[in-house]
Design a protein around this ligand. Structure first.
Ligand SMILES: [Fe+2]
Ligand SMILES: [Fe+2]
Length: 150
């Protein structure tokens, strides 16, 4: 059975994040770093906000304790990623810790993406009908759109 468009969309975003994360780490000139961190931010931040307003809102309210626990853990990962992302955005692009911070952010994010795809997506598929997934997709897009203006 084909994957629901919502999950397919999130998975494609993840692939883009991994690609941009690598380019961010490899960026060495200040101009390149400025450009890449902005691109990475625009890809990652609205995605996280969108997930929080849809997928995680649903999973946090699940009856199953394990599903709720996993969702809370994933949300803590968003929390930490946002802090490190904010620090990276505020950093001088010639800072000696720029590459190290970018690397840690990318590692955190890759670990998070893997857990989402392995656990959160499965939970969502288990709990939700196609109709509900489509509704969550709409909620995701609305929140993502709003977050792009932040
Ligand atoms: Fe996420
Ligand atoms: Fe995600």
């Amino acid at each position: 059975m084909a994957e629901h468009p919502f999950l397919k969309h999130l998975r494609e975003d993840h692939e883009e994040q991994k690609k941009l994360g690598k380019q961010l780490i490899d960026a060495s000139s200040p101009e390149e770093r400025e450009k890449m961190r902005q691109k990475f931010y625009e890809e990652l931040y609205p995605h996280m906000v969108g997930e929080e307003a849809s997928m995680f809102k649903r999973l946090k309210g699940a009856d199953d304790e394990e599903i709720r626990g996993d969702a809370l853990e994933n949300l803590q990962e968003h929390h930490v990623a946002k802090i490190v992302l904010r620090e990276l955005m505020d950093l001088e692009t010639d800072s000696e810790v720029f590459k190290a911070k970018a690397k840690v952010l990318d590692e955190l994010n890759r670990h998070h993406l893997e857990e989402e795809e392995k656990e959160a997506f499965k939970h969502l598929q288990k709990l939700c009908s196609d109709q509900e997934l489509s509704e969550l997709f709409e909620q995701y897009e609305q929140a993502e759109e709003k977050a792009k203006e932040e």
